[in-house]
Design a protein around this ligand. Structure first.
Ligand SMILES: Nc1ncnc2c1ncn2[C@@H]1O[C@H](COP(=O)(O)OP(=O)(O)OP(=O)(O)O)[C@@H](O)[C@H]1O
Ligand SMILES: O=P(O)(O)OC[C@H]1O[C@H](OP(=O)(O)OP(=O)(O)O)[C@H](O)[C@@H]1O
Length: 230
């Protein structure tokens, strides 16, 4: 009888995940550095693994783990149909960050997604190419631009880091990225559009609906979920 739960292995989400588990009566001690395994006290049969936040989203999608703590942004970006594959057990109240559409501050006439739609429509005629959006959130970007706002003329430039630098570097025109204090956007002379918040994210405890559980594991999974339900 074992249930697996993965929590982030580093950074801003790790310490708070450990604290949230402690509050739920589960004491987790990280093993030697670089080990993915931990020692768990307070709940029988729970195995807690340390993985990167983005890896946790992939493992949940694939059913390779039963539960995970990670950002809602990473879940919605990684899992094509989140409602089918994932159950949100609890929003944990930390790791707050917004996925936003940001454009150069110099674009004084562009304040809203409608304004941006006008710019995107005229972009090819004016510049000989489509509007380029730097992001690592291509799924969220496509959904927001194409489906929510009916903007079809753009090209996503995949960014693996320092996304806010892309407009100044000339590799993209605008960006979609995560922000919390907003200081990185300001430092790069970018502004968020008035209706440009795609997702308000925070850390969540989620369960995989595609992971195969043995009959005896169901009670344990329910116990874990109950400890986090608010
Ligand atoms: N200011 C912030 N900037 C970026 N992410 C933040 C911020 N605040 C909270 N988060 C959340 O932290 C998570 C990302 O954590 P982290 O960067 O450790 O993940 P990762 O993408 O797996 O890392 P990597 O792949 O670089 O090892 C996201 O869910 C994100 O929403
Ligand atoms: O709105 P802000 O508070 O400026 O945070 C936003 C920045 O933080 C993240 O980067 P990273 O994971 O490198 O985080 P860090 O720069 O905060 O360490 C994210 O990709 C932004 O670049």
């Amino acid at each position: 009888m074992t249930i697996t739960l993965a929590i982030p292995s580093k950074g801003r989400l790790m310490e708070k995940s450990l604290a949230a588990l402690k509050q739920a009566g589960i004491a987790v001690t990280a093993g030697e550095s670089r080990s993915y395994r931990t020692q768990v006290e307070g709940i029988e049969g729970l195995e807690v693994l340390l993985l990167s936040a983005s890896e946790i989203a992939r493992e949940l999608r694939d059913g390779a783990i039963d539960f995970g703590v990670t950002g809602e942004d990473l879940i919605r970006e990684t899992v094509p149909e989140p409602d089918k594959a994932i159950g949100f057990v609890s929003r944990l109240g930390f790791g707050h960050a917004d996925v936003v559409v940001a454009v150069p501050q110099a674009w004084v006439d562009v304040q809203t997604m409608d304004d941006l739609g006008d710019v995107a429509g005229a972009f090819r005629a004016r510049h000989g190419r489509r509007l380029r959006i730097a992001t690592k959130y291509w799924r969220l970007t496509q959904g927001f631009f194409s489906r929510t706002h009916g903007i079809q003329s753009y090209r996503i430039v995949e960014s693996l880091g320092a996304t806010e630098g892309a407009p100044a570097a000339g590799s993209a025109d605008i960006i979609v990225d995560i922000t919390s204090t907003g200081s990185t956007l300001v430092a790069n002379q970018l502004k968020i559009l008035a209706d440009g918040v795609i997702l308000k994210s925070q850390a969540c405890l989620v369960c995989s609906k595609v992971a195969r559980r043995e009959a005896g594991d169901v009670a344990l999974a329910e116990d874990l979920a109950r400890r986090f339900s608010r």
